[in-house]
Design a protein around this ligand. Structure first.
Ligand code: HEM
Length: 130
């Protein structure tokens, strides 16, 4: 049996599921503290969204057993199509997520991965035309 030393994934370096959970708790607390952003979540259950967002982050950060076959374009477009999220509110949400990562001293290269992912999925989440 040949043992290959694998570099830990960014997901593992963050601290895995419990650490991502802590970041997302912080993220939603900060997000819901801003009335304009909180308004989008009036009819939604944040507690039920969290595990789904954690799964997306697991794909992005290369966590074990991540659902890499997920079609993020279709999934995220469907999840947000009715919300009319503006580009401005999307940008602010991204800032809050990056702020939550910074609060937990997440390393720069991992923050960069998340920032790149935020840029990549923006067209699927933003649907306001104004
Ligand atoms: C930054 C990138 C974003 C990602 C990766 C993301 C991801 C997700 C995911 C995975 C879900 C759950 C879908 C499901 O139920 O399976 C969700 C739902 C939701 N997201 Fe996002 N989201 C993003 C940005 C935003 C923004 C900017 C807003 C509004 C400010 C927003 C508002 C919502 C709301 C209200 C729901 C619940 C929809 C419903 O249950 O009807 N999201 N999001």
């Amino acid at each position: 049996m040949v043992e290959v030393a694998m570099a830990p994934s960014q997901w593992e370096r963050v601290g895995g599921a419990p650490a991502v959970r802590a970041v997302l708790d912080r993220f939603y607390t900060d997000l819901l503290a801003e009335p304009r952003l909180a308004a989008y979540f009036a009819d939604a259950s944040v507690e039920s969204i969290k595990p789904h967002l954690a799964e997306v982050l697991k794909v992005v950060l290369g966590g074990p057993g991540a659902k890499t076959d997920i079609d993020l374009a279709t999934y995220l477009t469907r999840a947000h199509a009715q919300l009319a999220v503006s580009a401005e509110d999307y940008e602010r949400t991204g800032e809050i997520l990056v702020g939550a990562l910074a609060a937990f001293d997440v390393e720069e290269d991992i923050v960069a991965t998340v920032v790149n992912a935020l840029k990549a999925v923006a067209p699927y989440v933003i649907s306001a035309t104004a």
